[in-house]
Each structure stands twice: as structure tokens, then as C-alpha cells.
Design a protein around this ligand. Structure first.
Ligand SMILES: [Zn+2]
Length: 450
């Protein structure tokens, strides 16, 4: 039987390594890229059937990777909604649709560090098993947290599970929960290393809520099974301790001091700054009624952290792009590209460097280094045919009409069947009695008689 190939012809290849674009054809067989070059077709066997795709005038680049995406949340506008209004089965069904929005935005892979219930593992298996179309994913289970951690303050119970959070206090709790998650099939263990204090400290911002010994225990327990550990760290000491303990990746890593930066550099711990949420709130928050002070605070997290993150990058630390999609500020499909924009505009990367962060570097979050994220022979055939010049104008990557073809593992993704944009589900969103309080003063101001 003759073998079948796909030949993507005459495009300008952005290979994901940060190299300048070059003219080449790309030959794909089954799930893999088998040849890249002007003579790529000659690598097919002589009796092969070759399907050609004309990419002339287009860029050919690797499918992008979102290394921080919460696929099971369905963009809640509050922790109350996320913690008290989600149901397991429905969350999984909705996540299946939302995953397709991610894919159609040109992101053929993503990493979901923590999920409500065990949705992440089930969704990953449904996609891998061919039940539904979606991006390739790696996933954590519930985030390990103690009851003073996180960003939800008193909404966290003293014990048990709430939303995406699993409360652990003792070494026994920690080991048992990690064993349970590994048995379930997680790809990563996530720890909420820093959290908002109930009563703000004079420095403001998050505090570390774990000891170094506890973090080392997490790493020892997970690494025994070859499972990597990722931390949410939004201050200097949590970032330092996570790096010291042997964490394999750090989300945020904002507000690093010299000591934290040095440990991260010494250990070359991959970082996922995840500025999209902050940038969206700072730049567009007014449109959705966000408080002006809050907008300042979030902008400051970017401006106060880009210096150390840039220093980390210059010292050889991998930076990955993560959008924190899954909240009302970051709905699925719309903002995954924006982290690349922030990397260019605020971190001073070139667009090709930012694309490298979203492709070759992102493969680390998918645990597929050297197999995913580049247009090179032997790599998985996740390929975008893109009508634009992202090497000059990075924001074009947010314009979906420019994606002429999205290929995942050698198969062309259906982008024409419409997806539902929004849905009405009983009890799913937090319902409000009203937007304002009905005072007598308000009634009188309307010219009405109370
Ligand atoms: Zn997150």
C-alpha cells in the first residue's frame, strides 16, 4: 500500500526556535513532520500519494501552546461562582466546547495546572482518545493549598476540597493527596505556594504559606513517580523556596528579589509570568466595571516584575506564555495570543522570541521537549498556516480569520462548524438581585415618589 503524505508548499517558515523566517516546504506523514526544506517532497517514497496545501504568501509556524489555562472554570466572574456554582458532569461537557475555542485560536496545546473536580484528567483522556476534538493537553488535579493560602481567603474551608483547591496541612495529608492524584493520572502536581493574607501586610501583595521543608516533601513525593511540580508564586520568598525545593516550573514568579532571581537562574527553572490577566484588567477593565485602583495594582505587577523576568531570560531561564484563560477577564479563544504581545511590549522580546516562548519553550509544560513546538523533522505536526506577518506584528496572532489552516498531529482541524458562543445553564452563573442598592435617595433622584 502506498504511503500518504501532506506537503505544505511555498510558505515562509517560522520554525519556533527564534530563527528568522525562511522559504521551505514542509512534508508531513501521519502525526509527524518528516522533512523541511525546498526539497522536502523528495523525502516521500516514490509511489506515495501526496496531498498538497499551497501556503504561498503565508507563514508556516508551529501550533502555539498556552502554558497556563484553566479549561474547567468557564470564565466565572468571582470565586463565589467558581466554588459554589459548578457541577462535575456539566463542567466537563462545557470544558469540551471551550477546549475547541482554544484550538481554533491557533493554540494546539495547553497546560491546565488545576481544575474543578477531576475534569482535567477526563478531558485530556477524551481528547487523546478521539472522543472530542481539542488541543493536546497536560493537566494537574486540584491544587494543593493550606487553608490560609490562595486568592479566595475565607471562602476556603479548613479541610477538604473547594473548587479547584484541595486543603492539606500535615506531611501525611500532602503525601496522601499526591499519591491519590498520581493514581488518578495527573501530569503535574500544583502547589499554591503564595496567597493573599486575610489582613494585608504593610508590603501588600501575597505571602508565602508553605515552609521549604513542605515544598521539598511535595517534590520528593511527586518526583519519585516522575511527576513534575509547578507552583503559583507571586512574591519573592515563594519563588525562591519553590526553586530551592526543586519545582519544575513556576507560574507568575512576580516580585522576585535578587536572591529569588539568583536561585531561579542557578536552577534554570522555567517561568510562566502570565501577565494577560493583569494586562486585560489594567487596559480594558473600565469596560467591564473594574475598580480603578485595582487596575493600577495589576498594571504595577507587570511594570514592577518585568525587570527581574527580563534578567532571568537574559541569563538563560526559559519563559513560557500563559494567558490564565478561564476567567471573566480572559474568556477562552480570545486572549491566548496576548501574552506574546505583553512579552514584546513589556519584556522587550522580539516577536520571534515571543513566538519561541509560545512554541518550543511551551513544550516543557506539555512534557514534550524536543518533540513539539518546532517546524523540524521528527516533531509532531502541529502546524499553523497564517496569513500575516507575526514576526513584525505580533498582535495579528489574535485575529482568527488569518489562520488559513490549523493542523494538529497531522490532521486539519475543523474551523467551520460554528461553536456555541454562550449558554444558559440553571444555577451556573452567580445571579444578582440588582446592580445597585435601591435607596430612597436613588428613587427620588429619578423623579419618582418613594
Ligand atoms: Zn492560574
Amino acid at each position: 500500500m502506498s504511503q500518504s503524505y501532506t506537503l505544505i508548499k511555498s510558505g515562509l517558515v517560522i520554525d519556533g526556535t527564534g530563527a528568522e523566517p525562511f522559504q521551505a516546504d514542509v512534508l508531513v506523514q501521519d502525526k509527524q513532520i518528516v522533512a523541511v526544506g525546498t526539497d522536502a517532497a523528495s523525502h516521500a517514497s516514490s509511489d506515495a500519494s501526496i496531498t498538497e496545501i499551497d501556503a504561498s504568501g503565508c507563514r508556516v509556524l508551529p501550533g502555539m501552546i498556552d502554558s497556563h489555562c484553566h479549561i474547567s472554570f468557564d470564565h466565572p466572574n468571582s470565586n463565589d461562582e467558581l466554588f459554589f456554582h459548578r457541577r462535575y458532569g456539566l463542567a466537563a461537557l462545557v470544558a469540551g466546547v471551550n477546549a475547541q475555542k482554544v484550538l481554533r485560536a491557533g493554540f494546539t496545546s495547553f497546560f491546565d495546572a488545576d481544575c474543578v473536580f477531576d475534569v482535567g484528567v477526563d478531558l485530556r483522556d477524551a481528547i487523546e482518545g478521539g472522543v472530542i476534538e481539542g488541543p493536546r493537553m497536560t493537566t494537574g488535579g486540584n491544587v494543593l493549598i493550606n487553608c490560609v493560602g490562595g486568592t479566595a481567603a475565607r471562602l476556603l474551608p479548613d479541610e477538604g476540597t473547594r473548587g479547584y483547591a484541595r486543603i492539606v496541612h500535615t506531611p501525611d495529608d500532602i503525601v496522601k493527596e499526591i499519591h491519590k492524584q498520581i493514581k488518578m493520572g495527573v501530569d503535574w502536581i500544583k502547589v499554591h505556594v503564595s496567597g493573599m493574607p486575610i489582613r494585608p501586610t504593610k508590603d501588600g501583595g501575597e505571602i508565602s504559606t508553605w515552609t521549604l521543608d513542605e515544598l521539598k516533601l511535595v517534590c520528593d513525593t511527586a518526583h519519585q513517580f516522575g511527576i513534575p511540580v509547578v507552583g503559583h508564586c507571586r512574591n519573592a520568598s515563594s519563588t525562591r523556596d519553590a526553586a530551592l525545593a526543586g519545582f519544575d516550573m513556576i507560574l507568575h514568579a512576580t516580585y522576585m528579589d535578587d536572591e529569588a532571581l539568583q536561585v531561579v537562574i542557578d536552577r534554570k527553572v522555567p517561568l510562566v509570568p502570565t501577565f494577560t490577566f493583569q494586562a486585560n484588567l489594567a487596559d480594558f477593565g473600565a469596560a467591564i466595571g473594574s475598580d480603578a485602583n485595582l487596575r493600577e495594582v495589576f498594571r504595577a505587577e507587570i511594570t514592577e516584575s518585568v525587570g527581574t523576568l527580563r534578567a532571568a531570560l537574559d541569563a538563560g531561564v526559559p519563559l513560557l506564555t500563559g494567558s490564565e484563560s478561564g476567567f471573566s477577564l480572559t474568556p477562552y479563544g480570545d486572549w491566548h495570543y496576548r501574552e506574546l504581545q505583553v512579552f514584546v511590549e513589556d519584556l522587550g522580546m522580539t516577536p520571534l522570541q515571543a513566538i519561541n516562548s509560545a512554541t518550543e519553550q511551551g513544550a516543557r509544560a506539555l512534557k514534550l521537549e524536543g518533540e513539539l513546538g518546532c517546524i523540524k523533522p521528527g516533531y509532531l505536526a502541529d502546524i499553523l498556516i497564517f496569513d500575516g506577518e507575526p514576526e513584525s506584528v505580533i498582535t495579528q496572532l489574535g485575529e482568527q480569520h488569518r489562520f488559513k489552516t490549523i493542523m494538529k498531529e497531522g490532521r486539519i482541524v475543523d474551523t467551520s462548524t460554528p461553536l456555541p458562543r454562550d449558554w444558559q445553564l440553571p444555577g451556573w452563573r452567580v445571579s444578582e438581585y440588582s446592580e445597585r442598592v435601591l435607596t430612597r435617595e436613588l428613587v427620588e433622584s429619578m423623579g419618582l415618589t418613594p
